[in-house]
Design a protein around this ligand. Structure first.
Ligand SMILES: Cc1cc2nc3c(=O)[nH]c(=O)nc-3n(C[C@H](O)[C@H](O)[C@H](O)COP(=O)(O)OP(=O)(O)OC[C@H]3O[C@@H](n4cnc5c(N)ncnc54)[C@H](O)[C@@H]3O)c2cc1C
Length: 396
């Protein structure tokens, strides 16, 4: 009889973990607290390290149908509007790293993962079920849902996001860190924008105490916009997504170039809406035992919530899942050893990505001499310092 894994959370990480476990011949029971599987209307960049994982799961074709493949990654000065450096993406990434650098609507990625799970008899996806706690004894882990249901399995994966209740019980390490960074996000139809504001590239606009990212998604039909500013978070932090207010955002953008302000102001005119998302993170775990203990392991944001300045949070969740597949497939090992192996092979890379994301934020938002040095290096070295070979190669 197959072993059974319980998964808390049906975000990108939870669904990826379900695919991974099913591919390792485990039965899967996934519990998502929301009434439906959905992702907010925002985009996501997937580096070649992540695309390779999805390809290994046979998802190349559905991906190709919905992604955009940006031609380059540009860094621009948000105040002067000048281009500072450019890393060619497209064919160059495939040549260097064996897969494309793509951008995708979150809902499209979610749908691809869900479709990959549909029809697998050994996978049971359960909605409207909040996992409130777990207990484990000998070779059995039992979860309790908020409705009081008890479900037993051979392993539990906490993929329940940045405010993970599985992590709270496993590590008792308090709430995630409030970063003081706020992400304003919007999605618009490119055809509705004036031509000069459309894009087929990823552009990072770097300004004092802020940065903005624009890129195409859904075959280039939509444009995703994110503006990250530093400021006091709204009072009600329990809700991730807040209706944001354009005048507030424009105040933050005072002094930036006309292009950026124009783009931001066009959002409501073309039927888009600015939403506000406070950014939270945690310091990295300091050993594999903080990522897996006994029959319980953490995955995705539950394990390593990070600032989005390397665009790899969901990517690391998918990489976690790929590693989980290898570990769960070691059918001669005890389950706790398999999970330990999973954590051993993941925690340091995740920590490195978390640290690099934090550092990127400081560089992106720099002022004074640091900003001057940043612009100078980008002008001199361009794409060479924007490339991240260890990350895209999948090395530690
Ligand atoms: C502005 C911004 C831009 C980003 N851009 C990128 C990018 O370009 N590329 C990239 O790779 N990453 C990016 N990220 C990061 C990425 O969004 C996250 O890392 C990723 O979504 C984490 O997925 P997850 O499944 O681990 O967690 P989540 O997406 O948070 O999913 C957790 C799920 O668990 C459910 N849940 C929670 N508690 C329970 C419970 N007790 N019981 C049952 N279910 C529960 C939730 O409802 C949710 O569905 C970005 C993040 C932000 C904020």
């Amino acid at each position: 009889m197959n072993k059974q894994v319980l998964i808390a959370g049906g975000g990108i990480g939870g669904l990826a973990a379900a695919i991974a476990a099913a591919r390792a011949d485990w039965d899967v029971r996934l519990y998502e607290r929301a009434a439906q599987f959905s992702e907010v209307g925002a985009g996501i960049q997937l580096g070649p390290n992540v695309v390779r994982c999805l390809q290994a799961w046979g998802l190349q074709r559905p991906l190709q149908q919905v992604v955009a493949v940006p031609t380059g990654l540009r860094a621009c000065n948000a105040v002067t509007g000048q281009e500072l450096g450019r890393l060619p993406l497209g064919a160059e990434m495939v040549q260097r790293y064996g897969a494309s650098y793509v951008t995708i609507h979150r809902a499209d990625l979610h749908q691809i993962l869900l479709e990959a799970l549909q029809g697998l008899p050994e996978v049971h996806l359960n909605l409207n079920q909040t996992v409130s706690s777990y207990s484990s004894q000998d070779d059995v882990v039992t979860i309790r849902t908020s409705a009081g249901k008890l479900i037993e399995g051979d392993a539990l994966i906490g993929a329940d996001g940045v405010r993970s209740s599985i992590r709270a019980q496993l590590l008792s390490d308090g709430l995630p860190r409030v970063t003081g960074h706020l992400a304003y996000r919007a999605m618009v139809h490119q055809a509705n924008l004036p031509k000069r504001l459309r894009t087929h590239e990823v552009t990072a606009w770097l300004g004092p105490h802020l940065h903005a990212i624009q890129y195409p998604v859904r075959r280039g039909e939509l444009q995703n916009l994110v503006v990250i500013v530093q400021g006091a978070p709204p009072e009600d932090l329990d809700h991730w997504d807040h209706s944001a207010n354009l005048p507030d955002l424009l105040k933050h953008l005072h002094g930036t170039c006309t292009y950026l302000q124009d783009l931001v102001q066009h959002v409501p005119d073309v039927g888009g809406e600015w939403r506000l998302w406070p950014v939270a993170d945690r310091v990295p775990v300091s050993s594999e035992t903080q990522m897996a203990q006994g029959l319980v392991a953490l995955l995705g944001d539950a394990a390593h919530p990070m600032r989005p300045y390397l665009a790899q949070g969901a990517g690391m969740a998918i990489e976690d899942a790929a590693e989980l597949q290898s570990a769960l497939s070691m059918h001669d090992l005890d389950v706790s050893l398999r999970l330990r192996r999973y954590a051993l092979n993941r925690w340091q890379r995740n920590a490195r990505v978390q640290e690099r994301s934090l550092r990127n934020g400081k560089i992106f938002h720099a002022t004074g001499l640091v900003r001057w040095g940043r612009d100078l290096s980008l002008r001199a070295l361009g794409g060479r310092i924007m490339d991240v070979p260890w990350l895209y190669d999948g090395a530690l």
